[in-house]
Write a protein that binds this ligand. Structure first.
Ligand SMILES: [Mn+2]
Length: 314
């Protein structure tokens, strides 16, 4: 199917690359690396990567402004369902392609490449770019590597396979980029965030079933001078706690009048419950948005029951 995707890229002069709302490094790096690779290969084509950015990720590269386009190709990366595609009106496009590693939810593009065993969308793109006529350079290679490192949580997840490491090996071999520079771009953070992390560690509730959860209210967000997106992203720092099998942050997002729930697990699969609440994600890493903390606590109670059932079986 890579060949088919490549042919479509060749065919169109204008290409727009989009991804999911609530930008994260894999989604962002996917769209930036694919754009830069197409631009490098076909300098005459107009290629735009669009969507709402975040100041947190500006060091990874710059997004483009949304423009009205005609007879253009749309490529959606890292997004399993149509409602979560950021800033795209589908009717503008003549043809659409999806490239994703999330479990399948719905078909919304003409051509869909889904590999849910891949660690990240960037991993799929490394495979695609290295095995097609698309060009790459050290910068593009570093961007792809950053997305992969981020979505696999530094290769901690079982989603990393020998294939993943094989692709990284080829990428490093063919395009020497700086690893330490990549990690700085990904992990350098202000002291405020570290202090908030301390607050979460001190105040996390832990149930007897092994559910750790915390409300991060707007008051707390202001107290630590962080934004609600970076508060929500703290979730990945709380793995490997003996008493905590599943852990959740519930972050108040006043701007969008909602509570962003992030869930991680190293036991039961949690994405089905997330879907039942209108969210989604991977088996061990998912998210939900609800209206208020009351609804968030309903989710917490259901999740705690799910963990209890899991503990009874295991
Ligand atoms: Mn991803």
């Amino acid at each position: 199917m890579f060949e088919e995707i490549y042919r479509k890229i060749v065919e169109y002069d204008v290409i727009v690359i989009a991804r999911h709302i609530g930008v994260d490094p894999d989604a962002l790096c996917s769209q930036l690396a694919l754009r830069d690779s197409i631009r490098l290969t076909f300098p005459e084509k107009k290629v735009l990567s669009i969507g709402t950015g975040s100041v947190k990720f500006t060091q990874m590269g710059k997004l483009d402004k949304i423009e009205n386009v005609n007879n253009a190709l749309l490529i959606v990366v890292d997004t399993p369902d149509k409602k979560r595609v950021d800033s795209v009106s589908f009717s503008q496009f003549s043809y659409s392609i999806k490239i994703d590693h999330h479990p399948f939810i719905e078909k919304f593009c003409d051509l869909e490449f889904i590999k849910d065993t891949a660690s990240s969308t960037c991993e799929i793109l490394i495979d695609f770019i290295l095995n097609s006529k698309l060009k790459c350079d050290a910068n593009i290679a570093q961007t792809l590597y950053m997305g992969m490192v981020s979505d696999s949580n530094r290769f901690l997840f079982d989603s990393c396979t020998s294939e993943s490491f094989g692709l990284v090996s080829r990428l490093l071999n063919e395009y020497s980029f700086s690893l330490s520079d990549a990690y700085q771009k990904l992990y350098l953070r202000p002291i405020n965030e570290v202090r908030l992390e301390g607050y979460i560690a001190l105040n996390m509730n832990v149930t007897e079933n092994g559910l750790g959860y915390i409300k991060i209210t707007n008051e707390v967000i202001n107290e630590f001078s962080v934004d609600s997106a970076s508060a929500g992203n703290m979730i990945n720092n709380f793995n490997f706690i003996k008493e905590v099998l599943v852990w959740v942050t519930m972050t108040e997002d006043l701007k969008n009048d909602q509570i962003r729930i992030s869930i991680r697990s190293r036991g039961p699969e949690i994405n089905k419950l997330a879907e039942a609440y209108g969210g989604g994600g991977h088996k061990m890493a998912a998210g939900v948005r609800v209206k208020n903390f009351d609804d968030a606590m309903k989710f917490i109670n259901d999740l705690d029951k799910l963990i209890k059932e899991y503990n009874e079986i295991v």
